[in-house]
Design a protein around this ligand. Structure first.
Ligand code: TEU
Ligand code: CA
Length: 584
């Protein structure tokens, strides 16, 4: 099937505003900083910017705890700054997608503050349950409720003002909204329309697959009915890991279809991407099948959850055949309909070149960063670049706990080392160094000055998180004119997707599934597909037709760091007389 041209030929760049560019010397990135870097992004060639949240927030979870959806936090600037960014991006042909965090709000949102009064119209906007002093909501005499938060501890928090518990799957300052309540859904859709009418081009939807909760015939939530949660083992910290039973609830499709009708059905040129923990590749096909009017594409998480021993703080080395099996399931699920988002990094993941590449020498870091980019960008789907990935930025390699800022990391250290005693300090510090979300949140490295050009060298305050010392070697300025740089390689990859329809529309076929070192696959367009793809790709298609539209691409990447032979089926392809080996 030929995908919708615009977001199939598009490349999205994720900006974590707090770490991208500071322009007022307070050590935090801001909106004016993003606007000041639009020419860099236009030169890179990206089509869409996804901004992590910049709304009013107490910043408990760095803005994923929103206190006012329709205002900008002073940390980042003002609504006027946002309007300027939208206008300046559009002037360069770049779209702006914002982060929609509506599974939960901040506990400082007016809706939640009102909800703490059981007689207020907002009383039922969150998940409140009667309290038995000191016991999470459950059934007397039965199993205690062990629903665990993603950020450790119980997912239930007692509120003395209301005298009841409220559900929070993330931090206790992130109470879950009650999507069963039509008034909640109406308020969310009104806010979404307000932003789209203001000129943004879509949303990345934070944990959107958690909004429909499972309740039993008496309306009881998992764990509340006294049963052990879905027979899940209680984790080593005494709580049940939420993922397996919290995602993809009974009204998931209904809510997404309603949102599509109320917000997107009369619009065009937008992009919706759902963050979908706990969703299978098969469910991805249904949710992203345009005929179902739900979402354009999803981030799936199996590939960034499988390389650890039961918990992210016990990392395992990359099992390449395992990665190939997972990506093959993503590709198979959308070969006929639907679409997928391609990523290896974001603000929650460690830097991919440190995780699956080799950053131990400059040569290996550059080579492996390029290899990982080539592998990702030539898959079928829309690729996402996380800020700094195009430079081959690495993990932070922090050595002491006080360098970390992320509440997920700090909570985990306290709970696992100091409370549950399930990991040693050394093992946990190694786990944080490998997998903490802060690895992706060190300031963007623009040049080799004191704070990497993220903030002025003479800024009155240090950046909110340490700049990586390797910024003196790894920075945008050093790569801007180097044709062999990681940056130059990303530019060529992005251009290839714009010029060659086979990259967006070609069928994907894996070669050498079990090869432990080499990742090889083809993309191919049959004649009909080629003509459709060229027609659908607009003027990019015309250029490609003129330049000679490739019918087939062979990609072979050695991700092992050891020498490896070309897999036999790749060699056979290269011998095929209609493959122009000079262009491989
Ligand atoms: O992430 C949800 C989520 O699944 C992550 O918390 C992930 O499970 C974890 O970080 C990996 O160990 C979204 C946002 O991307 C994240 O930044 C927020 O903290 C979270 O939701 C709550 O809004
Ligand atoms: Ca600032």
């Amino acid at each position: 099937a030929t995908p919708n041209p615009w977001w199939a030929n598009a490349v999205v760049y994720q900006i974590y505003p707090r770490s991208f560019q500071d322009t007022n010397g307070d050590g935090f990135g801001d909106l004016k900083g993003i606007t000041s870097r639009l020419d860099y992004l236009a030169d890179l060639g990206v089509d869409v910017l996804w901004l992590s949240p910049v709304y009013k927030s107490p910043q408990d979870d760095n803005g994923y705890d929103i206190a006012d959806y329709q205002d900008i936090d002073p940390l980042f600037g003002t609504l006027a700054d946002m309007d300027e960014l939208i206008a300046e991006a559009h002037r360069r042909g770049i779209k702006i997608v914002m982060d929609l965090v509506v599974n939960h709000t901040s506990d400082e949102h007016a809706w939640f503050q009102a909800s703490r009064n059981p007689d207020d119209p907002h009383a039922d906007w969150y998940w409140w349950r009667p309290a038995r002093p000191g016991h999470e909501p459950g059934t007397p005499g039965a199993e205690p409720n062990r629903w665990g938060s993603y950020f450790g501890g119980s997912a239930w928090q007692y509120d003395p003002q209301r005298g009841e518990y409220y559900l929070h799957q993330f931090s206790r300052k992130q109470p879950d909204l009650n999507w069963e309540n039509p008034a909640v859904r109406r308020a969310v859709y009104d806010m979404m329309n307000w932003w789209l009418d203001r000129g943004i081009d879509g949303f990345r939807m934070d944990v959107i697959t958690l909004i429909s909760k499972r309740t039993d015939e008496n309306g009881k939530l998992p764990g509340e009915d006294g049963s052990q949660i879905a027979d899940l083992p209680v984790g080593e910290e005494g709580y049940s890991n939420p993922n397996p039973f919290c995602a993809d609830g009974p009204r998931q499709d209904e809510f997404l279809a309603e949102m599509h009708r109320e917000v997107f059905a009369q619009r065009s040129g937008f992009l919706t991407v759902g963050e979908a923990p706990g969703i299978s590749a098969e469910r991805n096909e249904h949710i992203t099948d345009p005929a179902n009017g739900e979402l354009d594409m999803l981030f799936l998480f199996e590939h960034v959850d499988f390389d650890c021993d039961g918990v992210k703080w016990k990392p395992l080395p990359l099992d390449l055949p395992g990665l190939k099996r997972i990506f093959a399931s993503y590709e198979r699920a959308v070969e006929d309909r639907g679409w997928t988002a391609l990523f290896t990094g974001n603000h929650d993941q460690p830097r991919v070149v440190s995780r699956w590449g080799d950053d131990s020498t400059e040569a290996l870091r550059v080579a492996s960063a390029k290899a990982l980019a080539l592998m990702l960008h030539l898959h079928r789907g829309t690729p996402y670049i996380y800020q700094g990935e195009e430079l081959g930025m690495t993990n932070a390699y922090f050595t002491s706990l006080d360098q970390y800022r992320d509440l997920e990391s700090l909570n985990a250290y306290r709970q696992r080392v100091e409370e549950a005693h399930v990991q040693s300090p050394e093992s946990m510090m190694a786990g944080l160094a490998a997998r903490s979300r802060d690895n992706a949140r060190t300031p963007m490295q623009w040049d080799d000055s004191r704070f990497a050009g993220f903030t002025a060298p003479d800024a009155p305050v240090e950046p909110w998180i340490a700049v990586n010392p390797n910024h003196t070697a790894i920075n945008a300025a050093a790569q801007a004119h180097d044709p062999d740089s990681v940056h130059a390689f990303y530019k060529r990859l992005i251009a290839l997707r714009h010029e060659q329809p086979v990259v967006a529309a070609g069928d994907w076929t894996l070669l050498a599934q079990d090869d432990p070192r080499v990742y090889a696959f083809t993309r191919s367009l049959n004649d009909v597909g080629a003509d459709d793809a060229i027609d659908n790709a607009g003027d990019a298609g015309d250029d490609a037709a003129a330049a000679g539209c490739a019918r087939r691409l062979l990609t072979v990447v050695n991700l092992s760091g050891e020498s490896a032979d070309l897999p036999a089926d790749a060699v056979a392809l290269l011998r095929d007389d209609d493959v122009d080996a000079s262009r491989v």
